[in-house]
Design a protein around this ligand. Sequence first.
Ligand SMILES: [Fe+2]
Length: 954
Amino acid sequence: MAALAKEIMGSSLLERSSFIASSNITFNQSLNHLKKNQFWVSPGLVPIEKRRVHLRKVATTPVAAVSEDLVKAVPEKAVKFKVRAVVTVRNKNKEDFKETIVKHLDAFTEKIGRNVVLELISTEIDPKTKGPKRSNEAALKDWSKKSNVKAERVNYTAEFVVNSNFGMPGAITVTNKHQKEFFIESITIEGFACGPVHFPCNSWVQSKKDHPGKRIFFCNKPYLPSETPEGLKALREKELKNLRGDGTGVRKLSDRIYDFDVYNDLGNPDKGIEFVRPKLGGEKIPYPRRCRTGRLPTDTDMHAESRVEKPEPMYVPRDEQFEESKQDTFAAGRLKAVLHNLIPSLIASISANNHDFKGFSDIDSLYDEGLLLKLGLHDELLKKLPLPKALSKFQEYSSHGLLKYDTPKILSKDKFAWLRDDEFARQAVAGINPVNIETLKAFPPVSNLDPEIYGPQESALKEEHILGSSQWHVCPTGNNNSQWSQAYLIFQLTNFIALDRQTSFVELFGKNFQALEENKLFMLDFHDAYLPFLDRINALDGRKAYATRTIFFLSPLGTLKPIAIELSLPPAGPSSRSKRVVTPPIDATTNWIWQLAKAHVCSNDAGVHQLVNHWLRTHACMEPFILAAHRQLSAMHPIFKLLDPHMRYTLEINALARQALLNGEGVIESCFTPGRYCMEISAAAYKNWRFDLEGLPADLIRRGIAVPDATQPHGLKLLIEDYPYATDGLLIWSAIENWVRTYVNRYYPNSGVVCNDRELQAWYSESINVGHADVSNASWWPTLVSPDDLVSILTTIIWLASAQHAALNFGQYPYGGYVPNRPPLMRRLIPEENDPEYTNFVADPQRYFLSALPSLLQATKFMAVVDTLSTHSPDEEYLGERQQPSIWSGDAEIIEAFYGFSAEIGRIEKEIEKRNNDPSLRNRCGAGVLPYELLAPSSEPGVTCRGVPNSVSI
Ligand SMILES: [Fe+2]
C-alpha cells in the first residue's frame, strides 16, 4: 500500500510529510486508473507530443495525480488532496538599518495576517468559472520564526488543497503583504504524481502596497504561444502587458517595466552650454534605443532628459539590478577609481611639477611602490590635506592595495614587448581589438568619404613605401616552406627591379610576386572613422589625433609586420600637406618618429575599440533585443528561456555607463582623444552597422580575412592562419550554433511554426522597428521565416553577448593598463623638421614622447576605470553554465542537450590551452609572448584576462 501511495502521490511528499493521511482519495480508484493509463500525459499537450514524437526520447512532462480520464468518469466524485510549495528565498548578506527595522516589522505583522500568500493555477480551465482552476490561497509558514536565519537561502513552505481533477499546476501567484520586497529564487510544488513541479523565479516580489496585484510565476515547461494551455493563456498575456507598461510615467526603482527611449540623457544643459550633448537616436543622429526611465526633461531643453548623478541609482527594471556580490565588486572598483583619480588630483594640487610622466620609471612606480610612496608624498598628503571622511582609512586602503595598481599583463612576461613592431602587429590579431584588421584588397586604399568635404579620396601611400620598407625584411632561416622562400627571393629582387625601372608596383606584384592576389598585405584602417572629426578634435585643448592607416605584411611564419603608417589630417588648403607616410626606422630619429606614429595608431585603435566595437556593437546594440525580449516573449517562451542568461546585467551596466562613462565630461570623454566628440564617432559608426554581418564568419569574410571553403573546418579558410581571435572564436561560434540549432529544431520543426509564432515575430519586429528604428528600413536585416533564420539570428545574438564582448572587454586593463602600449589619448602630433617643436623633440625625444601620451592624471583615471571594467565578479556565469542547471527548463531533452553544450565548451577550453603551448603558433606562443586566453571560457573572479561570461555584464 505504501509503495502504491508513493507512486500515486509522488515520492518526495510522502517521504517528507504525512499529508496522505488527510486525503480522501481511494487507492482502489487510483489503481484502476493506473492500469488504464499507461501514459501520463497532460491532455492539452497531446497534439504537440505527437508532432514531436520523432524528436523526443523521454516524455517527462509533469502531470496531475489523477488524469482527466478519471475525472471524466467520476467528475462528481472529485476528491481533494494536499500539495506543498517549497519557496526558496534568497536573503541579503548585508542589510542597512532601515531594512532591518522593516524586516522585524514584517515578522511581527505576520501574526496579524500581513503575510505572503500563494495560489496555484492549473493549466486547465474550470468549466464552471471559465477561468483557470485555482487552489485555495495559502500563506507561507513560519516567516517570523525564520526571519532571523542568517543563511543565504531560506526555504518556506505553504500547503494547498486541490481537487484530484486539478490538472497540472502551470502558474503560481504570489502576494506580498509585507512592507519589504523579497527575492524568490525558485518554487517547487510537491505532491503531484509526476514528481516535483519546478518554477524558476529569480525575481524580486514587491510589497502589495507599492505594487497592487499578484505576481505571476510560470512553471518551467516551455510553451510556444499557440501551445499555451487554456488555463495559462490569459495570464501569459497579462504578464507581458505588465512588463511592457504603458509608455508613460516616471519609473520607480521597484518597477519592472521594459520600454524604449533615445539617448537624450548624456548631456546636462542645465549646467551650461559646455555640457550640452546631442541627442543620439532619431533621424538626425541614428543610434540604438536604450531603456526608458521616464525622468523629467531638463529645465533648459525639453528634449533632454534630466540626469541622475552618482550615488543616486539609475532606473533599470528591478530584476536587472546587480546582485549583491556584483554590487560589492563594482563598488570596490568604483572606490578604487575614486581613490586613484582623487590622489593624483591632490598631488597635482600640491606639486608645482607639470603633470606629465617624467620618465618611464614614473609609470612603473604606479605598480611597484604605489604612487604616493614613490613620490614621497604619502605622509605629506596625510598631514597637509583635509582629507574627506572617505579617505580617513587611508592607511587601510593603502595596505589593501587599493592605492596601488596591479601590474598589467602586457608587462608581466616582457617589459619591453610593447615597443616592438612584432608585438604592435600581434595585438591586431590577438590583442583587445582584434576585429579591425582587414585584407588589403586594392592598393593604394581609397576613402569612402565625400571628396567635396574631406578632400581627395586617394591615399598618400605609394608603391615605394611598401617596396622600400619590404626590403628590410630578412628572409627567415629554417623556413621549410621552400616555395615561399623562392617567392620571397623573387619579391626582394623585384623590389630592386621596381626601383630601378620605375615599374608600377601593381604591375610588378601582379606579374611576379602577386602579393595582393596572395593576400599577404593587411591593413588597420581608421581613416574614415576619424577624419570627419579631426578639425574639431584637434581644436580641443591638449588633444591631437591623425586619421591613420597601417599596412602590414604577412611573414612566412604567420606573423604580421607593420611596413607603413599613413597619418592624415584634414586639408587646410589646396597646397597644405595633410597626409604623411611613416615607414619603419633606419636611424635614431626615425625610430622615435616611428614609435610616435605607432602610438597614434594605437590611440585611434583604442578609440574605435571602445566607442564602436566594444560599446556600440556589443553593449548598445544588444539592449534593444533584450528590451524587446522582455516585452514580447513570455517567460514560458522557449526562446526567452534560451536567451535569458545572455541578457543578464546588460541593462544595468549600460545604465551605469550612461551615468558615469559616456556622459558629457564623463570618463570616456576625459580619457579618449576625441573628447566631447566620442559619442558622435560611435554614432557615425552605427550608420555602417549591419546585424547580418555581426556573426563571426560573416565578419571575417567582410574583412577579407576569410574566404568560404567547404573543405576547411567551419567552412572558412583563414588568410592569416594563426589569428587567435578568429581560430578560437570559430570554435565557440560553432559550439553556440550547434546548441542553438538543437534548441530551435526542438520547437520549430518547420517554417510555418516560425512564421506563426506571434511572440517570436513581435520580438524580432520590435527589436528592429523600435529598438533599431533608425536603421529599420535597411535591406540587410535578415528575415525571420525559417528555423535556419532563427538559428542564425540567435547564434549572432548569443555570440555578441558572450564571446565577442569577452574578447573586447576583459583585456582592457591587462593590455591598456600600461598606457604607452595603447594610449587612449594623444596630446601632441609628430613634429616635422620645420616645426618649432622639432628641436625639443631631437634634444629629448623620450620627454617629447611622454608629453604626447596622457598626463599622469588622465592615465591613472583611465587605468582605474579599465581595471573595474576588466573585473569578473564572483557571481559571474560563464558560457556553458546556467543558474539552476537542472530545472531552468522543464524539457528533459533540452536539459541534456545543454549539458552536451557545456561539455563542448570544456573541450574548447582544453584546445585553447593546447594552442597556447604550440610554438608554431607565434602569435600566442614564444619568448615573452602572452598566450591568447580572452576566449578561454572559464575564469576566476578578478582581472584575469580570460573568461567568457554568458552576457554583456560589465
Ligand atoms: Fe563591456
